[in-house]
Design a binder for this molecule. Structure first.
Ligand code: DGL
Length: 271
């Protein structure tokens, strides 16, 4: 089926999920919408997160998407159930895939979760982890400085090292052997996070498992694109086109073929 898959995020972080989707599902056309203008969602109220997420969903539904991937932990935490109940297309988020991967990796069952204020406040990760494996001991930490740093394009270097190391200090005092990047922006500073936590901690991003789940979902619903051409992709930002384009180029810098298949546009949402 040639209809596109819709992918939403509050900003550029969801592009890490998109990158993995392109790798695992090269025939699928993707429409990505990043609400960079109103990012971060992670410090907003539940009502705002729901309203903004719905506005993005309506925008993509009008473009006839066949499936929705909520590539934002904050939006997943507050809207996944509602969207699954209301929409007639399959909808997945990034929290369960991240939780499943962490459970596969941990040896001592002590799992760290870092995310935005809103994601950590929602308790969605500990619920998902314990729902799969009751003996997991979750250690949650909100990391509000990370998203503005990533959106500003600061991903590595002394400044990034200092901010990341200071913010993660409380987790370094725990016994975690696995750390979930519970925010789609964090894979962009994965190396900096790994450096701060040390090599003994396995750092998990949910992108790969989310792409696998998307693939399984398309198959179950007979929605896979059987066509034999390389897909073209549309990316939309509600914010500054230039910065969004620059960050997209950084994320896809080792994958020129994918970069050539993307066109980037400005989107205007309701409010
Ligand atoms: N993409 C969001 C997430 O995964 C983080 C950015 C934000 O706070 O909006 O939680």
């Amino acid at each position: 089926m040639e209809r596109p898959i819709g992918v939403i995020d509050s900003g550029v972080g969801g592009l890490t999920v998109v990158h993995e989707l392109m790798r695992q599902l090269p025939r699928e056309k993707l429409i990505y919408l990043g609400d960079t203008k109103r990012c971060p969602y992670g410090s907003r109220s539940e009502q705002e997160i729901k309203q903004f997420t719905w506005e993005m969903v309506v925008y993509l539904i009008k473009q006839n998407i066949k499936m929705l991937v909520i590539a934002c932990n904050t939006a997943t935490a507050y809207t996944l159930k509602e969207l699954q109940a209301e929409l007639s297309i399959p909808v997945i988020g990034v929290i369960r895939p991240g939780a499943r991967t962490a459970i596969k990796e941990t040896n001592n069952n002590e799992v760290g979760i870092i995310g935005t204020d809103a994601t950590i406040r929602s308790g969605a990760y500990p619920r998902a982890l314990k729902g799969i494996h009751a003996n997991i001991i979750p250690h949650s930490l909100a990391c509000p400085p990370f998203v503005p740093m990533v959106e500003a394009g600061v991903h590595a270097g002394p400044k990034a090292d200092r901010i990341v190391s200071d913010t993660l200090a409380p987790l370094k005092k725990t016994n975690i052997d696995t750390l979930i990047l519970g925010c789609t922006h964090y894979p962009l500073i994965r190396d900096t996070i790994q450096k701060a936590m040390g090599e003994a901690v396995t750092v998990i991003s949910s992108s790969e498992e989310t792409a696998r789940e998307t693939s399984a979902m398309l198959e179950v619903h007979h929605l896979l694109n059987e066509g034999n051409h390389t897909a073209k992709h549309l990316f939309y930002t509600t914010g500054e086109l230039e910065l969004f384009t620059k960050i997209t180029q950084t994320i896809f810098q080792d994958d020129n073929q994918s970069l050539q298949s993307i066109t980037i546009h400005q989107a205007k949402l309701q409010s």
